[in-house]
Design a protein around this ligand. Sequence first.
Ligand SMILES: N[C@@H](CCC[C@H](N)C(=O)O)C(=O)O
Length: 280
Amino acid sequence: MRFTKMQGCGNDYIYVNAMEERVESPGRLAKAVSDRHFGIGADGLILIGASKTADFSMEMYNADGSKGAMCGNGIRCVGKYVYEHGMTRKTTLTIETVSGNRVIHLQTGENPNEICQVTVEMGTPEFRAAQIPVVSLGEYVLEHKITVCGENYTMTCLSMGNPHAVIPVEDVEKISIAKTGSAFEHLSCFPDRINTEFIQILDQHTIKMRVWERGSGETLSCGTGACAAAVAAMVSGCVSEGETAVELRGGRLFVTWDRTKNKVLLTGPAETVFEGTLAE
Ligand SMILES: N[C@@H](CCC[C@H](N)C(=O)O)C(=O)O
């Protein structure tokens, strides 16, 4: 089976063209290829397929084999993959995801055949608890006080096509993320588990963030998470309206929330690491 390992701000996935390769058990394959010792090493698996409603489709799986609904870093790499593999010449295209179709805009660099940056129309943030889903904490979970692992936090929950809890902290470097992120992921108020973003406000336009993804653990970046963080920080007045830069362990992402249209844009890099063939 041919594969391509790609990364967006260090959030790395194994990409397989499911129009050419037969993938019988994607969850099992995701777990196997993601293993950093016995596999290729990745945060998960992304299958690129045909679509009846968009130019292409993507299906994403976390490192533990669970299926995700949306991936902001992954969808940028899908754009780069289909363009650079000659599967389209369009630089604005639609991608079908479990959370609905998304429009992406590809930007070439000095080399016109190479995509270096992609902007994704990420849709509308969803704050209704039942839709995220979050249970037992009220209709909306905005700046909600919560104690986890003996520490007090303030949490805002929203969906960017997948569920997020955004937690402002003084210093993201001081978080024991494996312990605290995992504890948030498995709280009973999150029936589908949760992706958790720990954020530190650097200034009115810049956030520093570390993320614990459900199903994958700490990753160097999360696109949907960066959007959730910027939107939550804007709602609580910690950053200004307009573009927010999100600094992650793997690089920088840019998020714009147009509040009049209630639409979020995500811009960031997409890179190929290597291509290969998996033994059956
Ligand atoms: N890294 C992704 C999000 C991946 C899915 C997530 N772990 C989930 O299960 O919701 C991104 O860049 O958005």
